[in-house]
Design a protein around this ligand. Structure first.
Ligand code: LLP
Length: 421
């Protein structure tokens, strides 16, 4: 459920008309709903109720400072994957002991940054990384709290580019080698073993892969404890999917996910940590765009928008579906016809949807891409020298620009000319 609904024929974000935001900031833009962000965070928090737990929002999904602060104030921790994300989380007011550092290639500089600023734990992904972490911590005279990310070799049944839990993926340490690597870690003076970490992929629409992975984590916990390690925390990753096509998708609910966590891991007396990104931010955001032209092609029509693949790359990159709805609600019974919805970038890949059924639209009309709050703005670029589009946050009947659109001069002047030119 989200807070983007039609009222008297006009699309609203909470109590603000989308058309009013468009008039104030121009198109295209991203708009996020505070109430939806908070609703999704609380759904997870409640789904794990009764267990000692922390929801660490995977901020790669949407790392705008205002979004982070909204969630941090509700009690969320953060899952970060770079020094930049770590500093963003700190800047949004998240204390170090609520920040988890994930990612396959943490550099010594990033590790130092986190050890200086405070960290809940590092999720270690390889032996070479463990060696650097140990050396960095010892050089600083501190101990680094760690979980080791194990790769459970489970098929997450999601898009190949966002599956991470198969042995062929670059992530984690094969679960079969976990005992050996934990023994190595235990012998390193700069490290303190806290727990186990696992993350099998993103946009999972089936809970069974979670059950399989978490059963393996439960077995491993017992084995490692028998080996003498102290395992008090289990980081279960993120990845729960959202409905992108409202008409025919019904992904599992956080409550059902919580049930699986309780069933597979509840008996271990561990603190549970989860890292949802998409499920918190995805359906809390729209990308709003204006129709520039309707073009008659050879046997098909094209709806040419002012938003493009550089603003929202998911359709081009993952063949992802986003529902696209008109900002003015069509009258009941309006006939729909198939049309290709494209952006102005000079690539055929700049296609948002092919032969999508849409009501009649013309130049100047606004459309909204649903489910664009996660992996939208954060993956945008200025390809074709199109300035990054602004982000807006709605809170009840208020809205604020939370990242402004740069001017053309700002965009151009980011480049510098060497002395010989
Ligand atoms: N934890 C780790 C270690 C991750 O790598 C990820 C996502 C998450 C948590 C959060 O997963 P989520 O709950 O958001 O599914 N750009 C792609 C998604 C990439 C996901 C990468 N890792 C997309 O637009 O679909």
């Amino acid at each position: 459920m989200d807070h983007f609904l039609y009222r008297d024929g006009a699309l609203f974000a909470e109590d603000v008309a989308i058309a009013d935001i468009a008039a104030a900031v121009g198109t295209p833009f991203y708009v996020y709903s505070t109430a939806t962000l908070l609703r999704h965070f609380h759904l997870f928090d409640e789904a794990l109720g009764g267990m000692d737990h922390l929801v660490c929002y995977a901020m790669k999904a949407n790392s705008n400072q205002a979004v982070l602060r909204t969630l941090a104030q509700a009690g969320a921790g953060m899952d970060v994957v770079s020094g930049g994300e770590y500093l963003r989380a700190k800047a949004a007011g998240v204390p170090g002991d609520k920040i988890v550092f994930s990612g396959v290639g943490k550099t010594a500089a990033e590790i130092r940054l986190a050890l200086e600023g405070g960290i809940r734990q590092f999720n270690v992904e390889s032996e070479p990384e463990m060696i650097v972490l140990d050396a960095t911590a010892r050089a600083m005279g501190v101990t680094a709290p760690i979980s080791i990310r194990v790769n459970p070799d489970v098929d997450a049944k999601t898009h190949a580019k966002i599956a991470t839990g198969k042995s062929e993926n670059k992530f984690g340490i094969p679960i079969a080698r976990a005992r050996e690597v934990y023994a190595m870690a235990a012998a390193m003076e700069g490290l303190q073993i806290i727990g186990i970490d696992v993350h099998i992929g993103s946009q999972l629409t089936d809970l069974e892969p979670y059950r399989l992975a978490y059963q393996k984590v439960a077995e491993l916990t017992e084995i490692l404890r028998a080996d003498g390690h102290t395992i008090t925390r289990l980081d279960l990753g993120g990845g729960l999917g959202i409905p992108y096509a409202r008409s025919n998708e019904a992904p599992p609910l956080p409550t059902d996910y919580g049930k699986i966590v309780r069933e597979t891991l509840g008996h271990l007396d561990c603190e549970i940590e989860i890292e949802p990104g998409r499920l918190i931010a995805g359906n809390a955001g729209l990308m709003v765009s204006e129709v520039i032209y309707v073009k008659e092609g050879e046997g098909r029509e094209f709806l040419i928008l002012d938003g493009a693949m550089n603003d929202l790359i998911r359709p081009a990159m993952y063949d992802a579906h986003h529902d696209i709805i008109p900002v003015v609600e069509p009258a009941p019974g309006t006939e729909q016809s198939p049309i290709d919805i494209v952006g102005p970038v000079c690539e055929s890949g700049d296609t948002f949807a092919k032969q999508r059924l849409m009501p009649p639209l013309s130049a100047g009309d606004l459309v909204a891409f649903r489910s664009a709050g996660a992996y939208g703005a954060v993956m945008a670029s200025e390809y074709n020298s199109r300035p990054m589009i602004p982000e807006v946050l709605v809170h009840g009947d208020q809205f604020a620009v939370i990242r402004a659109r740069p001017t053309f001069d700002e965009m151009i002047n980011r480049d510098t000319i060497p002395s010989w030119l």
